[in-house]
Design a protein around this ligand. Structure first.
Ligand code: SAM
Ligand code: SF4
Length: 458
């Protein structure tokens, strides 16, 4: 079945038509966006074409408010776990491309998987994002599901991994069904670029099939993988087009299948060891902030992810204008945790701080670090999640769960005075829980965490 998810012609027409937005039209759109119901594509076009310092500030302020109204002050942390860099594709931007014959390929054994998992648990992580290259012979779906099973089975005295999100190449319904059975959290897959010509130019191998890529989430959803993540690799094509297309994709999924994206990721291209590709449409920091804010307004209910591809200063600002999830202390090569970095990495990272340092900086910003995994374990996925996030009710869960998981973190991992700072922050946000019963229950659970109980969530 042909899916008309992206209408390139229409996007270009809108971008042309909305070229010179008046300040009053923009303010009208910002006002509408603040109702948190999302925006029409044409309105997104006006925002994409927006310029001028003052109105840009208003855009950022609207994005900040929406993020706080929907997700509150919490920022969820996760770590990527690179499992296998075997790959039969030839993506022009990635170090794992098949023509990189100099790369000593590696796929983790189950024992190594357990070791890497232990390392991450002992660092403080509770959520992982698994990364695999596409290679049916070396990374068949059974290998993927065995790895997932292994990770869930690992327990150390510091706890366990409670949610595994997965980033594997586009695949069949049958394989998605197996992933679903393996109990994953979000299935994440980026379109990389929505611009078909650029897509086809930059991708060789099975991933070169634009239709296969863009229909992946539909197949996943049809077999019940209802938390799915979208994304664009910014730098491959004009960011203005990509934002319009990303919003079109989100709207299509919501309209036709009844579920919008659980997350949207905004990676920017980074230099990579064997990659000579130079992004033709490098996204400046200014435009990067702008596009984050626009996506926050256009798809207000979605979680937004930033990674350690970005440096600490960029991340700090991005947290304020819409980002709700972030990776921390990542490495991007299989088996790389606990080892020195080398040219086996998928690409260069710009935030190398250890997790405790990132947590400390976030606390200084008065944001609440969270390791929450409650929603999917309580069945709040897909439509059920949307029904809470769309009207802005999800923070009733996010805040107490953020507090509880951060309290666990402080008990088990706090170093260098962060315990005191963190405890003060918890006190501060406890006061913001309005529902008396919920407040009392959160306090009771906090005391139990101090007594040594773990994994208490709403
Ligand atoms: N192989 C799967 C795929 O391509 O969808 C899964 C994971 S791949 C390891 C994860 C993502 O890394 C890709 O979707 C791509 O957007 C991103 N990536 C690849 N090369 C990159 C680079 N040089 N800079 C930044 N991100 C990159
Ligand atoms: Fe393979 Fe993914 Fe890298 Fe492409 S981006 S070469 S599919 S690992």
């Amino acid at each position: 079945m042909e899916h008309k998810i992206i209408d390139e012609k229409k996007i270009w027409e809108i971008l042309e038509k909305t070229k010179r937005p008046s300040k009053s039209a923009l303010r009208h759109i910002l006002k509408k966006a603040s109702e948190r119901k999302g925006l029409e594509l044409e309105e997104v076009g006006f925002l994409v074409n927006l310029s001028g310092l003052r109105i840009k500030r208003e855009l950022f302020e609207t994005a900040r408010q929406i993020k706080f109204q929907i997700y509150g002050e919490r920022l969820v942390f996760f770590a990527p776990l690179y499992v296998s860099d075997f790959c039969i594709n030839n993506c022009g931007y990635c170090n794992f491309h098949i023509s990189n014959t100099g790369l000593l390929r590696k796929r983790l054994t189950l024992k190594e998987t357990a070791q890497q998992t232990e390392f991450l648990i002992n660092m403080g992580h509770k959520r992982l994002l698994l990364e695999f290259g596409e290679d049916p012979r070396n990374n068949p779906i059974e290998y993927v599901t065995d790895v997932i099973g292994k990770i869930y089975s690992v327990k150390t005295e510091k706890g366990n991994i409670r949610r595994i999100n997965v980033n594997i190449a586009s695949t069949t319904k049958e394989n998605y069904r197996k992933l679903k059975k393996a109990n994953i959290g979000t299935y994440q897959l980026f379109q990389e670029t929505y611009h078909r010509k650029t897509y086809e130019k930059l991708h060789g191998g099975p991933k070169g099939d634009y239709e296969r890529q863009i229909t992946s989430h539909i197949r996943a959803l049809e077999v019940g993988l209802d938390d799915f993540g979208l994304g664009v690799l910014f730098g491959l094509f004009d960011w203005r087009f990509e934002v319009m297309a990303l919003v079109s994709h989100a709207q299509y999924m919501d309209r036709v299948l009844g579920v919008g994206p659980h997350t949207i990721s905004v990676p920017r291209f980074c230099e990579a060891p064997s990659v000579s590709y130079k992004p033709e449409y490098k996204v400046s920091d200014r435009d990067f902030f702008k596009l984050i804010a626009i996506l926050r307004l256009a798809v207000p209910y979605t979680g937004m992810i930033i990674t350690t591809r970005e440096n600490p200063a960029i991340r700090k600002l991005a947290f304020k204008i819409g980002i709700s999830q972030a990776s921390a202390a990542s490495v991007t090569s299989p088996g790389g945790y606990g080892k020195h970095n080398s040219n086996e990495a998928q690409f260069e990272l710009h935030d190398q701080r250890p997790l405790y340092k990132i947590i400390e900086n976030v606390v200084d910003e008065k944001l609440l670090p969270s390791f929450c995994t409650a929603c999917y374990r309580s069945g709040r996925t897909g439509k059920a999640f949307m029904n809470l996030s769309k009207p802005g009710e999800i923070h009733n869960f996010c805040r107490p769960n953020g507090i509880l998981t951060f309290a666990e973190y402080l008990e088990d991992f706090a170093v260098d005075g962060i315990y005191e700072k963190g405890s003060k922050l918890i006190e501060f946000y406890l006061k913001k829980i309005e529902d008396k019963k919920l407040l009392e229950e959160t306090k009771t659970r906090l005391s139990r965490i101090k007594e040594g109980y773990r994994d208490l969530y709403f």
